[in-house]
Design a protein around this ligand. Sequence first.
Ligand SMILES: Cc1ncc(COP(=O)(O)O)c(C=O)c1O
Length: 435
Amino acid sequence: MTTTDLSGTVSAAASRRLPAPQEAAQFQLGEVTLVAGEGIRAWDSEGREYLDCVSGTFNLLLGHNHPEVMAAVREQTERLVFASSSFQTEPTNRVMQELAAISPPNLTRVNLRSSSGSTANEGAIKMAQLHTGRRDVIVPFRAHLGQSIATASLNGTTKMRAPFPYRYPGGLHVPGPYCFRCFYRQTPDTCGMLCVERIEDFIRYASSGSVACVVIEPISGAGGNIVPPAGYLPELRRFCDEHEIVLVFDEIQTGLGRTGRMFAADHFGVQPHMMTLAKGLTGSGLPMAAILTEERMADWDRGLHGFTYGSHTLAAAAALATLEIVQRPGFLENVRASGDTLLGRLRDLQTDHPVIGDVRGVGLMLGVELVEPDGGAAVGRAGAYQRALQDRGVLTRVSEHGAGSTIELRPPLVLTPAEAHLIADRFAEALDAVE
Ligand SMILES: Cc1ncc(COP(=O)(O)O)c(C=O)c1O
């Protein structure tokens, strides 16, 4: 029974009955309820253990409940949980200083005023538009920029754009450096980076003629763990300079050690004009994002892109601890060693399992692309493998938001080579079970 309160609004308080979680949730809930986590492991309410090979949502860079990060957060909780970004705080100041110090040398300025990857990418686009006085945004096919209305409109997959009738205009989608299924049917040693060269035609014939920036993940995450050939990003940078287009690297998944180097940009020797970070920045799942820019973009009205939870003091304490840990001697070496072990073991599985078409990745950013017997992308089959892995206690994801053919593995960076073997053993079991 409902009652009417004095202000005339209808309240259900008198008949309060707790609905079941799925009745209350406006979206489809997952089947598993997680109750605890430590390092690369998480446990559900039934006591089952999982090896979390997706690091939460690719954001638990240091795994679940890293003790040093948790201690830094606890300590900060005692002093100051939150201050508006119109004030300085010691942790936020130090995060900006650290990021400016470790990022590519041309990126000297840090904006911490948003807390998600979507809003960081959107901020970078706004800055590029303001700086260049131009409009369009070039994005590779399959890219994921976020879920705000602007970034959702720019995402490089039709599935993610189609549901929304009014979209942010000006997205120019171009084939990315996906050599395993090259759009131009070339190979990297002979293509001459056609996928950069042809952007010229896209600009001339498919854009508004006014292009502000390119937003690209140096290694595409949700798109299928696509590692570009060595020459692609340097060529893209050259192209952007020639056309006075701002090159934005979305390092939201790849940044801060995920690939075995501080930034994926470092593998390719390329300095972008801007970089966005989020996900792993706090190591532990607290929300914080950063937009890094060149000095020429420092003249920015702070009121144009800021959110209530931006520059969050508590998240900054976690970020600071995380940045200190990932810079320790040997930390990135371990990422490379564990990554190489897992990559090697997964590649070995290819021999006996023709469903594996390609195993690719750098550091602990790995993908296993499944193929049909005729070599086509095994779209629709990857879900069965993902479920078989979960049944064996290994959490993974499928590319293109569950609709692609690549199983994505991004375990926390504290993974040891021994744990990498354990994951590979279970991967082999899952393959056998499905086949
Ligand atoms: C590469 C990349 N960019 C941007 C985003 C959006 O980040 P957020 O979900 O924090 O808005 C994601 C999220 O998955 C991502 O993987």
